[in-house]
Write a protein that binds this ligand. Structure first.
Ligand code: 3HC
Length: 286
């Protein structure tokens, strides 16, 4: 089984890592070798932690021997399944799908890791919209069990079944959506949390720390709402919010996330968000 992954950022490198851990051959594509080499370091670091904890028996080098990287789509010529994990911009995703449609064998499946864009809007650009599906992983992909599988109105049911099985082979717990709603199941819940947390802080009912303490200690979330927003990336939060609301989701008045993004405070990745992170890109709070 060969999987192509396009985009090697936060989600892409994690998805490539998960596929390689499951014994699959992986072709990882991005626009520059700088980005790809950084992705390789991040995969190595994660695999090392998993190996040291005994979660995986294989060494990081052995797992990574199944990952080939390239700046060219040509590498995906024999892939059985391709998944894109590029930023949440419809035109960009469509461009990636057009490229994949040209090189990946016609009977292979094209998947998108979009967190909120309707799959039909992406699939329509290809010559095989019935073989296009959503496969939405969560950050960090090596640890998060949930994978949402989202068929569009065009998707062949066999493609959906194949994708559900693939998620299981990767050790994940797939949730198959029945209706293609923006934000799918989990991000619609996540957006409500983000909105209410923001409203409480902006109306001075509670501080950021108090909201997060409540989320951890009452809701038993592994992270507070603002911590999770920092972890996911505040730019991602703003994009996700926009896409869901533009497609009919409920909006609330809140400027905190947008203001931080305007100040280039993106959370863990930039070293500062609602909290400060001593090494940008690494989740460890001061
Ligand atoms: N790879 C391997 N190991 C990792 C890792 C990674 N990427 N990230 C963390 N770990 C390991 C750490 O090394 C540590 O190992 P140890 O116990 O042996 O020391 C262990 O996981 C716990 O990590 P930390 O001590 O740093 O911190 P936490 O206990 O808080 O765990 C977490 C970190 C697993 C990320 C946990 O906080 C968590 O599950 N948070 C919620 C994440 C979540 O909800 N993600 C979904 C976001 S929404 C999304 O992605 C959708 C998108 O569309 C927006």
């Amino acid at each position: 089984m060969q999987i192509a992954v396009v985009g090697s950022g936060t989600m892409g490198h994690g998805i490539a890592e998960v596929a390689a851990m499951a014994g699959m051959e992986v072709k990882l594509i991005d626009i520059s070798w700088d980005i790809l080499n950084k992705a390789k370091e991040r995969m190595y670091d994660s695999l090392k932690r998993l190996h040291e904890r005994g979660t995986i028996k294989e060494t990081p080098d052995s797992v990574l021997s199944r990952v080939e990287m390239s700046t060219s789509y040509e590498i995906a010529r024999q892939s059985d399944f391709a998944i894109e994990a590029v930023p949440e911009i419809l035109d960009l995703k469509r461009k990636v799908f057009q490229e994949l449609d040209k090189v990946v064998p016609k009977d292979s499946i094209l998947a998108t890791n979009t967190s909120s864009i309707p799959i039909s809007d992406i699939g329509e650009i290809t010559s095989r919209k019935e073989r296009v599906i959503g496969m939405h992983f969560f950050n960090p992909p090596p640890l998060m069990k949930l994978v949402e599988v989202i068929p569009s109105k065009y998707t062949d049911p066999d493609v959906t079944n194949f994708t559900v099985d693939l998620a299981k082979k990767m050790g994940k717990t797939p949730v198959r959506l029945r209706v293609e709603v923006p934000g799918f199941v989990s991000n619609r819940i996540f957006l409500r949390l983000l909105q209410e947390a923001c409203r409480e802080v902006e109306s001075r009912e509670a501080t950021v720390e108090e909201v997060d303490s409540s989320a951890r200690n009452k809701l038993k979330l592994p992270m507070g709402v603002f911590e999770l927003a920092d972890y996911v990336g505040l730019d991602v939060v703003v994009d996700l919010w926009k896409v869901i609301v533009e497609r009919g989701g409920t909006d609330v008045k809140c400027s905190s996330y947008k203001e931080k993004v305007e100040r280039k405070e993106l959370g863990v990745k930039s070293g500062k968000g609602f909290y400060a992170y001593p090494s940008p890109g690494k989740y460890s709070k001061v």
